[in-house]
Design a protein around this ligand. Structure first.
Ligand code: S3P
Length: 428
């Protein structure tokens, strides 16, 4: 349980390593026999699920001075074929493509929460490539058996980096070319990392189409630094924007343009976010420092191609909208209903408990602001981003907020409460 009281945040901090890049660094090392080094790797529930599954598939991993050293000799079939992806959708979806391609027999399973999430979006296109993959009424467990794959041209109905990545990973082993078209851009860490490893990957000019050819399994070793996760920084950005008297500097944050939709949305709403120290990692990922100060916000409209660029940040954006002047409308975000929880229903429920005025839409929500918030006693519902949403709302709500079931926050942001406390938050 965490108790949170109104506070301002002041000081400089880093945030834990990017979750998407951390998953990929471990999985992609299976494509290149040799030794890989990853600094700043995220040690969190979801990425540890990937690490232990990949160890069961033959990767040898050690840690020295915060650096992950991965020794890869390719993949081998696990002795015990059930691989536990815990709560991690990214682990299950990316791995299904990798294992189907590599011809490994395994059963991918996970927590009850993960077993409720849709998997047909990966199993169907993989089957079109010749994969032998059975789902359980469209969900986990997934049973994969060895089969030879052929390249196929896929048109994704919804932009999804997880589905795109699964198909590209399968394509690394498939006969002929595998092409993936997306209706809008989704995060492109897979493309950047595969290119940094020297993979035969082609991208269209608008980067909505990518294509890969085999053999893409004798690639260069990774020697990369993982920048801070923008999705984790997002909670601190909104906290410092809303809590009077704050000034926070967030260092070495990943600023990949396919991840920072929230930054542009908040700037449009009037937020004060300065960007400094721009640089690029050896893995081809941009990073920088964000300096955030409080600002009065005005409402905005969010939808269309902006959604995949801010999908994981929409819950915390909704909190910012409760403090903005006017009616904020979030549309085209039905995907939020199939995340760790139904994040449309849950965000509306949580914000209402704090006294906000929110209307639920099938594919988003309408938030009317500004409304003063009052402390609430709520559970994270086992969803890390909802847990952090409640904690940040508690920093600006009158009175005390109590957050139950906060342990899941460590799925993506271990040390979240300590980081906030170091910046001056009354949380503990
Ligand atoms: C992720 C892609 C997104 C995102 C998830 C991580 C990734 O999911 O919501 O947290 O690392 O590829 P979708 O691909 O389902 O949109």
């Amino acid at each position: 349980m965490l108790r949170i009281e109104p506070s301002s945040l002041r000081g400089a901090t880093t945030v834990p390593g990017d979750k998407s890049i951390s998953h990929r660094a471990v999985m992609f090392s299976a494509l290149a026999p040799g030794v890989h080094r990853v600094r700043g790797w995220l040690q969190a529930g979801d990425t540890l699920a990937t690490l232990s599954v990949m160890q069961a598939l033959g990767l040898r991993v050690s840690q020295e001075d915060g650096e992950l050293r991965i020794e890869s000799q390719g993949l081998r079939s696990p002795t015990w074929p059930r691989l536990d992806c815990r709560n991690s959708g990214t682990t299950m979806r990316l791995l299904s493509g990798l294992l189907a391609g590599a011809g490994i027999e395994a059963v991918l399973d996970g927590s009850d929460q993960l077993r409720r999430r849709p998997m047909r979006r990966v199993t169907e296109p993989l089957r079109r490539m010749g994969a032998q993959i059975e789902d359980t009424e469209g969900r986990a467990p997934l049973h994969i058996r060895p089969a030879a794959l052929h390249g196929v041209e896929h048109h994704l109905p919804i932009a999804s980096a997880q589905v795109k990545s699964a198909l590209l990973l399968a394509g690394c082993f498939a006969e002929g070319e595998t092409v993936v078209h997306e209706p809008a851009r989704s995060r492109d860490h897979t493309e950047r990392m595969l290119l940094a490893m020297g993979a035969p990957l082609r991208l269209s000019e608008d980067r909505r189409t990518c294509a890969i050819q085999r053999p893409a399994t004798r690639l260069q070793s990774l020697d990369v630094m993982v920048p801070g996760d923008f999705s984790s920084a997002a909670f601190l950005i909104v906290a410092a924007t809303l809590a009077p008297g704050s000034e926070v500097s967030l260092q070495q944050v990943n600023l990949n343009p396919t991840r920072i939709g929230l930054l542009h949305i908040l700037q449009r709403m009037g937020a004060s976010i300065e960007i400094a120290d721009l640089a690029e990692t050896s893995g081809g990922e941009p990073l920088g420092t964000l300096i955030v100060r409080p600002a009065a916000l005005r409402a905005t409209q969010v939808g269309g191609e902006e959604i995949p660029l801010a999908i994981d940040e929409l819950p915390i954006l909704a909190l910012a909208a409760t403090q903005a002047e006017g009616e904020t409308v979030i549309r085209d975000a039905a995907e939020l209903r199939v995340k760790e929880t139904d994040r449309i229903a849950q965000v509306c429920d949580i914000l209402r408990a704090f006294g906000a005025e929110v209307e639920e839409l099938p594919d988003g929500m309408i938030i009317r602001g500004p409304r003063p918030l009052r402390g609430a006693h709520l559970s994270s519902r086992g969803d890390h981003r909802l847990g952090m949403l409640i904690a940040v709302a508690g920093l600006i709500a009158r009175g005390e907020t109590i957050l139950e079931d906060e342990a899941c926050i460590a799925d993506s942001f271990p040390g979240f409460a300590t980081t906030l406390a170091r910046l001056g938050a009354k949380i503990g």
